[in-house]
Design a protein around this ligand. Structure first.
Ligand code: CP
Ligand code: NVA
Length: 298
């Protein structure tokens, strides 16, 4: 049995196979081919944070594959009233074929994996967001080909998405420039672990030079809403706008996991412009996760 808690839980070979299968599944879906490979399978989806893309893509994906998805908000299940993580994991795991979790603490996902006897999928934690990277890598491949040896630039907060790009740099073998304001770098353990793949700086323009892909995310993640004003000030020189994109290679692409705040971390002309891949990136959550579900549950 395998889990998908971090990208590195699967080999580079298997991740590439999932991405290739996702590209095939996308074509099949668009030509109306039916695939019921997960008939009679159930995925529990535990959310203690908001979601549009993750919820819709997992729920629609399970339905399209003939299975069923259960939306479990922490507000509604006993976990939210203090039932222990371990007890919840044993019980939910005994009834379903897989569990997808979006929770604040990455450790809670690990605890579920140790106690629920089914595959666990990390659908965003404080530490990482591996499902998003599957979709991002699929999108890059569809538009530009192999990412190996390319240069990717992360602009903004050293958050869960940034840290997953660090993992992706090692798994898919690309160079990653990271530009954050001082004090907003990724966790030091990540910096140490991925030092061979990353270059850290606090100058966004410098970081974009020779880049094939520029990526950003919100300045205040879920749970950091009360830091919004402070962060707007700290990140004011880290907006991805056309000036910044001009530092990157002429054919560079732009990605953002969404939801986006236009005119904060990204200007409208960039996110809605020719270099932006964000709509395919969002749609590909569906196809990439269908391939992941087939890999883990069938
Ligand atoms: N990118 C992403 O995970 O979006 P949601 O928060 O809408 O699921
Ligand atoms: N860094 C963001 C990603 C949202 C998909 C957050 O954690 O809120």
């Amino acid at each position: 049995m395998k889990h998908f808690i971090n990208l590195e839980d699967l080999s580079t070979h298997d991740l590439n196979q999932i991405i290739d299968n996702a590209i095939t599944l996308k074509k099949e879906h668009k030509t109306g081919q039916i695939n019921k490979a997960l008939e009679s399978k159930t995925l529990a989806m535990i959310f203690d944070k908001s979601s549009t893309r993750t919820r819709v893509s997992f729920e629609a994906g399970m339905a399209q594959l003939g299975g069923h998805a259960l939306f479990l908000s922490e507000r509604d299940i006993q976990l939210g009233r203090g039932e222990s993580i371990v007890d919840s994991a044993i019980v939910i795991g005994s009834m379903v074929d897989g569990i997808m979790m979006r929770v604040s603490s990455h450790n809670d996902i690990n605890t579920f994996a140790q106690n629920a006897n089914v595959p666990i999928i990390n659908a965003l934690s404080d530490e990482s967001h591996p499902c998003q990277l599957l979709a991002d890598m699929m999108t890059y491949k569809e538009h530009k080909g192999n990412i190996q040896g390319k240069t990717v630039t992360w602009i903004g907060d050293g958050n869960n998405m940034c840290q997953t790009y660090m993992q992706a740099a090692s798994v898919f073998d690309f160079k990653l420039n990271i530009a954050t304001p001082k004090g907003y770098e990724p966790e030091s353990s990540f910096i140490t672990q991925y030092q061979d793949y990353i270059k850290l700086c606090d100058n966004a323009k410098e970081a974009c030079k020779n880049s094939d892909l520029v990526v950003t995310d919100v300045w205040a993640s879920m749970g950091q809403e009360d830091e919004q004003a402070k962060r707007e000030f700290a990140f004011k020189d880290f907006q991805v706008n056309s000036d910044l994109m001009q530092q990157a290679n002429a054919d560079a692409s732009f990605m953002h996991c969404l939801p986006a705040h236009r005119e904060e971390e990204v200007s409208s002309d960039v996110i809605d412009g020719m270099q932006s891949l964000v709509w395919d990136e969002a749609e590909n959550r569906l196809h990439a996760q269908k391939a992941l579900l087939l890999y883990l549950l069938s």
